[in-house]
Ligand binder design. Structure first.
Ligand code: PAF
Length: 284
């Protein structure tokens, strides 16, 4: 496994691989890797000749300075995990390398970027589009892998790829969960042991809510999830919405979509967690 921090070196290595007709897969990450990331890396290794993983905490996607400052950084552990997962190249640029000048590009990401995270984290998705488009230009991957915990991010990246006509296949991969059900996230490391234990109630509540479908209507499910979590002092639900899985637009009744999905953002203490669940199999 080769660890590279300079763009020119990455380009040289990958152009040699491409001359040998190798296919290239990319897993963009911000490091602090966990088993969820490693599942993406393993799939990338399986489906491509060459697997590139980027580790870069992208400042332009943080709308909150404190969140950027406290984002976990564990490079040595990340390198060890990637070596074991048989990654070929790790790209870990400095901020100056990725942004020698401020990136002022504004993307046209459409309605998928305007709801949920788009409302509560203004500018976040434009920052994601800035860094992911740069990575796509540098790596020119055949396939790129993203986790479904960030379901809206996947829709936004698909919109960006369409806008810019980037020839890459976006592969979306299922959420990995801890034993108690909590969706794996780098941010879980910031929870105290007590908060961590309580946080499994998020996934349990989402799962339980599926058992009431289709008997209860959309509004009843929205109220059930928000009230159950807000009744615990450690939680503050920022939003819970039931949306079409692909357009991310709210649905008012089950008939409006074939794939209704509940998406939540909830503060557990100071730590903001997101998760989602499908109701699709409850309606067929
Ligand atoms: O999902 C993430 O970790 C980040 O948003 C990504 C896609 C690596 C871009 O910085």
């Amino acid at each position: 496994m080769k660890i590279i921090s300079r763009i020119c070196e990455l380009r040289n290595c990958l152009s040699e691989e491409r001359q040998k007709n190798k296919t290239i897969g990319l897993v963009p990450t911000m490091g602090a890797l966990h088993d969820g990331h490693i599942s993406l890396v393993k799939r990338c290794v399986e489906e491509n000749d060459i697997c590139v993983v980027s580790l870069f905490v992208n400042p332009t996607q943080f709308n909150n300075k404190q969140d950027l400052a406290t984002y976990p950084r564990t490079p040595e552990n990340d390198f060890a995990l990637l070596e074991t997962a048989e990654c070929d190249y790790v790209f870990t640029p400095t901020e100056k390398e990725m942004y020698p000048e401020p990136d002022v590009r504004v993307f046209n990401l459409g309605l998928v970027a305007e709801v949920m995270e788009g409302v509560y984290r203004p500018g976040h998705f434009n920052g994601v589009a800035q860094i992911v488009s740069k990575l796509f230009y540098l790596v020119e991957p055949d396939k790129a892998y993203f986790g479904e915990k960030d379901l809206q991010q996947i829709a936004v990246i698909r919109a960006m790829v369409k806008e810019l006509n980037i020839p890459v296949e976006i592969v979306s991969c299922p959420i990995l969960r801890e034993a108690g059900g909590l969706a794996m996230s780098s941010r879980n490391r910031r929870l105290t042991p007590e908060q961590h234990q309580k946080a499994s109630l998020i996934a349990r509540t989402l799962k339980e809510s599926t058992t009431f479908v289709p008997g209860k209507n959309v509004q009843e499910i929205l109220d059930y999830v928000a009230n159950t979590l807000n009744n615990e002092p450690v939680f503050r639900v920022e939003y819970f919405d039931i949306v079409d899985r692909y357009t991310l637009q709210s649905v008012k009744n089950w008939k409006e979509t074939t794939d209704p999905t509940g998406c939540i953002a909830v503060f557990c203490g100071e730590v903001r967690l997101i998760d989602n669940i499908t109701y699709k199999n409850k309606l067929s």
